[in-house]
Design a protein around this ligand. Structure first.
Ligand SMILES: C[S@@+](CC[C@H](N)C(=O)[O-])C[C@H]1O[C@@H](n2cnc3c(N)ncnc32)[C@H](O)[C@@H]1O
Length: 340
């Protein structure tokens, strides 16, 4: 509650001044009293007015101050919120950009994987087609062989150890066409029997000499020849492997003493002995029997897909110039050398 003293004081001062002024003007006592009363009323009203003005101004100032203070607070809050919002927006934009980059990377990777899978699928399909083609070719060769060289009983399937169907057909076809007198089959087996049967079919007096380091396999080939009735065209020699000297090299090869009777060879097929850890196991064949080949003889070397056989060929070509080389595009790779 504000004090009313200044209002009263102003009323009293104005009352005294108005009374004094009336008295100085020699006004009658009643006029002096009325002037003093008017002065008091004017003073009180004026004081009250001034006081109201002062209070109102102070309140307005306070309200202004409070409003400004509040506005200040609101601005600070707004600024803080704006800052938070700005930061959140920036983070969201960065996260969005990162997600976009990640999505692009994933899309690239998935497209690369799709391409690789498609390529592999294509290669696999091609490889399967090639394998099927190869098998069909081998089957056709075997059908031709069976038609050209009839057998009286079923033959064992040409497996891993036997010469493949394409080479069997080539050897039998060579016998049918060229009628060689003496054929040496190093590494006896189905090849020896098919060539003997081809001689029978061609109806001439030739001989296949199958050579085997293993007596059990030699006997197996003899037995097969007997069952097929071609024993008159096939002799199987058991020639165990022996350490010996061939063309200045110490080698482990068929015992040369066991092969001493073989002369005038027209065809020599080299499909043995098996390497079994020995490198260049078939190298001695040509150096050892070269002088026993008839002129124009052919030498067939199987398994040319192997590095070992390719190295053997290099050495032979250096030793025996003038040899004609024909490569046969067969399953295991084969080679025909024709001697001058
Ligand atoms: C590649 S094979 C000769 C195959 C023969 N030229 C043919 O076409 O049937 C070489 C030698 O391996 C041996 N051999 C043959 N079949 C075999 C088998 N199933 N397991 C182990 N050795 C075998 C024999 O001693 C044969 O002389």
């Amino acid at each position: 509650m504000r004090s009313r003293l200044p209002v009263v004081a102003l009323g009293v001062v104005l009352a005294v001044l108005s009374g004094l002024l009336a008295w100085a003007l020699s006004a009658p006592f009643l006029a002096v009293a009325v002037a003093a009363g008017l002065g008091l009323v004017v003073g009180l009203v004026l004081g009250q007015g001034l006081m109201w003005l002062r209070v109102t101004t102070g309140r307005a100032a306070r309200i202004e101050y409070q409003t400004l203070h509040r506005l200040e607070g609101m601005r600070a809050i707004a600024e803080k919120r704006h800052e938070i919002l700005f930061k959140a927006t920036r983070e969201a934009r960065e996260r969005g950009a990162a997600a976009e980059r990640e999505a692009k990377r994933a899309a690239d990777q998935s497209s690369r994987v799709r391409e690789a899978v498609t390529r592999q699928e294509r290669e696999l399909r091609l490889s399967i087609m090639n394998q099927i083609d190869d098998q069909v070719v081998l089957l056709e060769d075997y059908m031709q062989l069976m038609r050209l060289v009839p057998m009286s009983l079923p033959m064992p399937r040409p497996g891993t150890w036997a010469a493949s169907e394409d080479l069997l057909l080539w050897l039998a076809g060579y016998v049918l066409e060229h009628r060689p007198r003496t054929v040496v089959d190093l590494g006896s087996g189905q090849s020896s029997v098919w060539m003997a049967a081809a001689m029978r079919t061609a109806g001439y007096d030739g001989r296949v000499i199958g050579v085997d380091h293993d007596e059990a396999f030699a006997e197996g080939t003899r037995e097969l020849a007997r069952r097929q009735g071609v024993e008159d065209w096939l002799t199987v020699v058991h020639a165990p492997l022996r350490e010996q000297e061939v063309a200045g090299r110490s080698v482990r090869w068929y015992d040369l003493d066991a092969l001493s009777g073989i002369q005038d060879i027209d065809v020599m097929s080299i499909d043995g002995p098996p390497g079994q850890g020995t490198s260049h196991a078939r190298w001695p064949a040509l150096p050892a029997l070269h002088d026993r080949l008839s002129s124009g003889a052919v030498v067939v070397l199987d398994d040319m897909i192997r590095r070992d056989e390719q190295e053997i060929l290099e050495d032979w070509l250096a030793r025996f110039p003038g040899v004609d080389v024909e490569r046969l595009d067969f399953e295991k790779g084969a080679l025909v050398l024709t001697l001058p």
